[in-house]
Design a protein around this ligand. Structure first.
Ligand code: NAI
Length: 329
């Protein structure tokens, strides 16, 4: 098609933006034959830095980049958007309580939810990367009553990819031989990476690994705390890997998951696996043509049950907190 797909990105002058925009512009999200229009949102003081990023985008002369718009008004930037990648968020600063963090982000995601509701294209698909991602997605969704709830998602693909990398290393198998891994719950330290249904070269991953101590004391905490380990090592939070995961997530949502495999995406719960209805929680999903379905019928053992429950309890507490702050529209 020759009509560019409009991709809105918030927090575009940030770390993740700097990795993400060049890949989208070069066709990594929509393919080499689809022109893309980037619509970039920033806060006013960051617009000058964003102009610099746009100069660099120009200088790449990407054949697939049709146009770039920048601005600080979500009502303008989200106009006609087909895809929205909500990356910009308020980070936790020293002395900030969890309630302050939820409130500061609530101020951003209520406004952006309403702006998407009023201005995005009818086929809009929304991916929230900015933290706390699941609850930010819940706030945006609740403030966009005209957009179907299933168009909102939060990113747990980075966690999924991190878990794939750890499992590949442990089993000495390339990631291409791994299938059906699942991240359940919240994108936080309570998330649960589940290998009981995963496959390593067609065999059950938990049986191939056969090492409960590794699972409990190494694999799960390594995946849960990987974000902190990156900050410790790099002196800055993960950005290139978060950008890559944001692209993987959104590309697979639009273009479909592979046969015989599934993805991890945080989407609105319909009560599957006893995850309370309405929470935006990570599930195993298959995707096709911009739609997702939660994989049904998996047997959940006691070990997994306790961990899924712990993470969805945390999500319920976050929902209660933002409900009390009147952020759910
Ligand atoms: P950053 O601080 O480098 O960039 C964030 C940008 O967002 C800044 O340029 C800021 O000006 C902008 N921004 C703030 N409020 C905004 C608003 N209302 N509208 C538009 N732009 C706004 O942060 P970085 O490293 O790019 O990370 C972005 C977010 O992604 C953070 O919340 C981070 O915690 C989260 N993250 C999520 C991951 C996930 O797996 N879900 C992984 C890594 C990071």
């Amino acid at each position: 098609s020759t009509t560019p797909v409009k991709v809105a990105v918030t927090g575009a002058a940030g770390q993740i933006g700097y990795s993400l925009l060049f890949r989208i512009a070069s066709g990594a999200l929509l393919g080499p034959d689809t022109p893309v229009e980037l619509r970039l949102l920033e806060i006013t003081p960051a617009l000058k830095a964003l102009e610099g990023v746009v100069m660099e985008l120009d200088d790449c002369a990407f054949p697939t980049l049709a146009k770039v718009e920048i601005g600080d008004d979500p009502n303008v930037i989200f106009d006609g958007a087909n895809v929205a990648l909500l990356i910009g968020a308020r980070p936790r600063t020293k002395g900030m309580e969890r309630g302050d963090l939820l409130e500061a982000n609530g101020a951003i995601f209520t406004v952006q939810g309403k702006a998407l509701n009023d201005h995005a294209a009818d086929d809009i698909r929304i991916t929230v990367t900015g933290n706390p991602a699941n609850t930010n997605a819940l706030i945006a969704k609740s403030n966009a009553p005209d957009i179907p709830a299933e168009r909102f998602s939060a990113l747990t693909r980075l966690d999924h990819n991190r878990a794939l990398a750890q499992l590949a290393k442990k089993t000495g198998t390339p990631v291409t031989e791994l299938r059906k891994l699942t991240i359940w719950g919240n994108h936080s330290a309570t998330q649960y990476p589940d290998i009981f249904h995963a496959e390593v070269a067609g065999k059950n991953a938990a049986e191939v690994v056969n090492d409960q101590n590794w699972l409990e004391s190494d694999f799960i905490p390594t995946v849960q705390k990987r974000g902190a380990a990156i900050i410790e090592a790099r002196g800055a939070s993960s950005a290139a890997s978060a950008a890559a995961a944001t692209i993987d997530h959104t590309r697979d949502w639009l273009r479909g998951s592979a046969d015989g495999d599934w993805l991890s995406m945080a989407v609105v719960s319909d009560g599957s696996y006893d995850v309370p209805e309405g929470l935006i929680s990570s599930f195993p999903v298959t995707t096709k043509d911009g739609n997702w379905e939660i994989v049904q019928g998996l047997e959940i053992n006691e070990f997994s049950r306790a961990r899924i429950d712990a993470s969805t309890t945390e999500l319920g507490e976050e929902r209660d907190a933002v409900t009390a702050l009147n952020l759910l529209g």
